[in-house]
Design a protein around this ligand. Structure first.
Ligand SMILES: [Zn+2]
Length: 255
């Protein structure tokens, strides 16, 4: 696949409308093409902003009533004959109504994003904002002895800061970011041509959590909780490569 073939597919890719094979082919191109990576970043950003800002209209009561009646009449038609009897079918009808209510509740629960989903979205949003905007790094330095004290005056916790340049992950600097209402330290690393944001915030109340990977719209996230700190990595880097940074961070003593 080349850029001309990739471009018209990027929006559909971001909205997860491509089939698995097309997704793989597009991934193969985008992972090696800066221009298409930039296009994907912008598309993800636009798609998320649209979703957030879209005006939602309430259905007029008349439309609401007609849909309801339509659904009810369909439900009545699909009921077995013994449920359609007016009497003595009261009990099964009540059962049917209860089942309908129950399945509606289960559906609502299943379609609600979990707390973890919301945090993952927040992390990805923040990562994209930094990629697009001009404020990717507040303190530009590869020196941990510069970056760590910079946080000291600005956060009420001390994130572990280590440069892993010799292992392929060069520290570019850090910034302070906000994820789902929390203040987080965001350390910025570079691996080849990819940027990795490492979000860290204190989380004394959560149990320890082994690293878990989440793939979202062409980006990879890894998160874990250790020693009272929650970590999220976000990048378009392949999951295997991100796991290497996770291992390096795990081997770093918390300070
Ligand atoms: Zn391209």
């Amino acid at each position: 696949m080349n850029c001309t073939q990739a471009r018209p597919r990027i929006a559909a890719y971001v909205d997860q409308e491509l089939d698995a094979l097309e997704c793989l082919r597009l991934d193969a191109h985008v992972s090696g093409c800066r221009a298409c990576q930039h296009e994907r970043t912008q598309q993800v950003f636009v798609s998320r902003e649209l979703r957030r800002e879209l005006v939602r209209h309430r259905a007029p009561s008349d439309l609401h009533r007609r849909i309801r009646e339509n659904l009810l009449s369909k439900a009545r038609r699909t009921q077995p004959w013994w449920q359609r009897l007016r009497w003595p079918a009261l009990v099964p009808t009540a059962g049917f109504a209860a089942a309908a209510l129950f399945s509606a509740n289960v559906y609502m629960l299943a379609s609600m994003p979990s707390q973890e989903d919301r945090v993952a979205d927040g992390v990805l949003d923040s990562h994209l904002r930094a990629l697009i905007g001009s404020r990717a790094i507040d303190v530009v330095s590869s020196d941990q002895h510069t970056v760590k004290p910079w946080y000291a005056g600005r956060l009420d916790f001390s994130p572990p800061v280590t440069d892993f340049a010799t292992q392929g992950f060069a520290l570019l600097g850090g910034r302070i970011d906000y994820v789902e209402g929390r203040t987080a330290a965001a350390l910025v690393y570079q691996h080849r041509k990819h940027v990795v944001d490492v979000y860290i915030w204190p989380d004394a109340h959560s149990p320890e959590r082994a690293p878990a990977q989440v793939a979202r719209r062409g980006y990879n996230l890894v998160h874990w909780t250790r020693n009272g700190m929650t970590y999220w990595l976000a990048s378009d880097l392949e999951a295997v490569e991100l796991a290497k940074l996770e291992a390096l961070l795990a081997a770093t003593p918390a300070t």
